[in-house]
Design a protein around this ligand. Structure first.
Ligand SMILES: [Zn+2]
Ligand SMILES: [Zn+2]
Length: 193
């Protein structure tokens, strides 16, 4: 393969994945890591990617991740979206608190902060300040449903209409951990709402 073709393909891979490592590229293209380093230097010099330690990042990385939920691949809705901040400049988007908290459980150490969307007013707020409602009778986005609310009185009013349990962030995490282990025990039978 010509170096120019390989560089073209590296850019395509970057667009698709947001970031790549030198090791994985050297495996994909069956060339030395030295060769990949030169490719990345060249592409960075042309302003086509951003080099990072051990790899490269797409310059479009943020838009590439923002249009799909990191857990279920659904398009995040502006009513329920969750943003997880990992390292500086690395964000995950989730469609709803269910997926946002799943992501938090899976990456607890790397997540620096989490922003949720308050369900009624659609305003963004820090995840640990929100009031959560787990498993209401109405299913919204992913099951079991978890919703985040900005105001205590709103979550209380919603609970009167739709049931569910009001809890803090830690309570919602515990609920989800439990729900997921029950789901596993039913060996693959989907969660029943
Ligand atoms: Zn999701
Ligand atoms: Zn969802």
């Amino acid at each position: 393969m010509l170096p120019s073709d390989r560089r073209q393909q590296i850019l395509l891979l970057l667009d698709e994945r947001g970031s790549v490592t030198i090791t994985s590229l050297s495996n994909v293209f069956q060339v030395s890591e030295m060769t990949i380093r030169r490719d990345l230097d060249e592409l960075a010099a042309e302003g086509l990617l951003q080099k990072v330690r051990g790899g490269a990042m797409s310059l479009k990385a943020e838009t590439a991740v923002s249009d799909r939920c990191v857990i279920c691949q659904k398009r995040p809705s502006y009513r329920t979206q969750v943003i997880l901040q990992l390292a500086p400049n690395r964000q995950y988007f989730a469609c709803c608190p269910h997926c946002g908290l799943m992501c938090l459980l899976q990456n607890e150490r790397q997540v620096e902060s989490m922003l949720v969307t308050g369900f009624i007013y659609g305003r963004t707020l820090a995840g640990h300040t929100a009031h959560y409602l787990t498993h209401p009778d109405i299913s919204i986005c992913c099951a079991p449903t978890i919703l985040a609310f900005e105001q205590e009185e709103d979550v209380a009013r919603f609970q009167v209409g739709f049931g569910g349990q009001i809890c803090t962030l830690n309570g919602a995490l515990a609920f989800l951990r439990e729900a997921m282990s029950l789901k596993k025990m039913k060996d693959g039978a989907g969660w029943r709402v």
